[in-house]
Structure formats: C-alpha cells, structure tokens
Design a protein around this ligand. Structure first.
Ligand code: SAM
Length: 231
C-alpha cells in the first residue's frame, strides 16, 4: 500500500511537472507574440463583434465591474471599456500584460488594470465581478472544469459569464503541434458549465475567422459566444 501511494504521488508530480512545462512553453509563445498582436486588424474586428453581442445580450450598467480572463493585449475590454465602472484584465503572459499596460498608460485610461493570473495555478483573487468575459482563451486552457469553477467563484450573484471561442474543428486552426482543445462542442461545454453551477446557458455565433491552413487554402472557423448566468 505504501509503495502504491508513493508511486501514485510520483506519477501525480510527474503530470504536474509536464503541465507546468507546457504552460511555460505556451506563455513564452504568447510573450513573443505580444508586441505584434495588435498589428492584425482581424483581431480587433472579432473583439468588436463579440463586444457588440455582449452588449446586445447582457444588461450592462456603468456601476458594474468586470473581469476579462485571458485578455492578451485587452482588445475585447477596450471595446467594452465605456460600459463598466472598472475592468480587471487577467492573463498568464507577462509579455501580453506589458503591452496592455503600455496601452492603458498611453491612453490615460483610469478604469482598467492588468492582473497576472492563471486560475490553474494561482490562488483565487478575493474580488468578485458582475461580468466575466473571455475571447479565444478557453481552447488554450488544459483543465476546463477547474477554470469554469474558478470563474463561477469570481462572479457575483447575479452575474454573467461571456465566453467566446471556437466551435469544434478538425485541428487545422493551430495545426498538428497544438496540444490545446480543437474548439468546443456546444452541448458538452453547456454541460460542463452546468456542473460548475451556471444556469440559463445559451449560445450564438458571433464571428467567423477565415484562416490559411497547412496544406494550402483557407478555411472558415466559426466563433460562438456562450452566455451563462450565476443566480
Ligand atoms: C489567443 S490569445 C487571445 C487574447 C485576447 N483575448 C484576444 O482575443 O486578442 C489567448 C490568451 O490567453 C492567455 N492564456 C492562455 N492560457 C491561460 C491561462 N491558463 N490563464 C490565463 N491566461 C491564459 C494567453 O496568454 C493569451 O494572451
């Protein structure tokens, strides 16, 4: 029994080390992309489309605070900035947060602040928010259940979770070396949200990303917006 326990402990440490190593590699990759992230106008266009749909579907008010999870350079929150009293922008990549801080400073913006946060490894922040929004981040996160539970805890009741990400795809969005999720099946994600405590979960299609794929040619990748409520 003692031998079995120590083998299980070694195995669990081994998996934790692999996960840590994968997170480090992903952060390095986003750190490297941060400075040129905003050069692609399609990223701003998709953030604006998601912001418009959030405004249409969620009763936002200027006394509310929001959290963006996996904010990158903050494109989605900049599109929602006027709707909130304050937005906390969280990301695990220091490079993304540095670029974001530069935009906040140069724009003289007083209602946005960056936060280094990975819900899979960091303690939960104390502060709760009326709205949490996230764009194209979930498919990079290994443990969806853990992140949904964390986001649920970070919401007030009532509160709204707004997640935009890829519908299920064949893996050609990132190519064969990608270890994250190949988009999401809407029914399966709805069930995971329900298990985390969310209610009244609904989906709409907000955007289509047209992207070149390995082997030549271009492909369309639909992006959904999932809105889920904490009561
Ligand atoms: C594809 S980018 C999207 C950035 C931004 N939302 C946008 O649409 O321009 C994914 C972002 O999620 C962040 N990210 C990935 N895994 C994360 C995690 N576990 N916790 C926090 N942020 C994470 C990355 O650092 C990166 O900035």
């Amino acid at each position: 029994m003692t031998n079995l326990n120590s083998s299980l402990r070694r195995l669990s440490n081994f998996y934790r080390e692999i996960e840590f190593e994968m997170n480090e590699q992903m952060n390095t990759s986003f750190d490297l992309q941060a400075k040129t992230w905003d050069d692609d106008p399609a990223k701003t266009t998709r953030a604006q489309a998601v912001a418009q749909e959030i405004r249409a579907q969620v009763p936002l008010a200027t006394h509310m605070t929001a959290l963006e999870y996996g904010c990158g350079t903050g494109l989605l929150s900049f599109a929602l900035q006027a709707q909130f009293k304050h937005i906390t922008l969280a990301d695990s990549s220091s490079g993304m947060l540095e670029v974001l801080q530069g935009k906040i400073t140069s724009g003289g913006i007083t209602n946005m602040s960056p936060l280094k946060l990975d819900l899979l490894t960091d303690p939960l922040p104390q502060e709760k928010h009326h709205v949490i929004h996230s764009l194209m981040t979930l498919h990079h996160v290994s443990d969806i259940d853990a992140v949904l539970q964390g986001l649920y805890s970070l919401l007030t009741a009532p509160g709204y979770l707004c997640i935009a990400d890829l519908d299920s795809e064949d893996g050609s969005f990132h190519g064969p070396d990608f270890s994250g999720h190949k988009g999401f099946d809407r029914d399966a994600l709805q069930e995971q949200a329900k298990q985390a405590g969310f209610r009244n979960t609904r989906f709409s299609t907000v955007f289509t990303i047209r992207k070149g794929v390995a082997g030549g040619g271009e492909k369309d990748f639909p992006v959904f917006l999932m809105i889920a409520e904490k009561h």
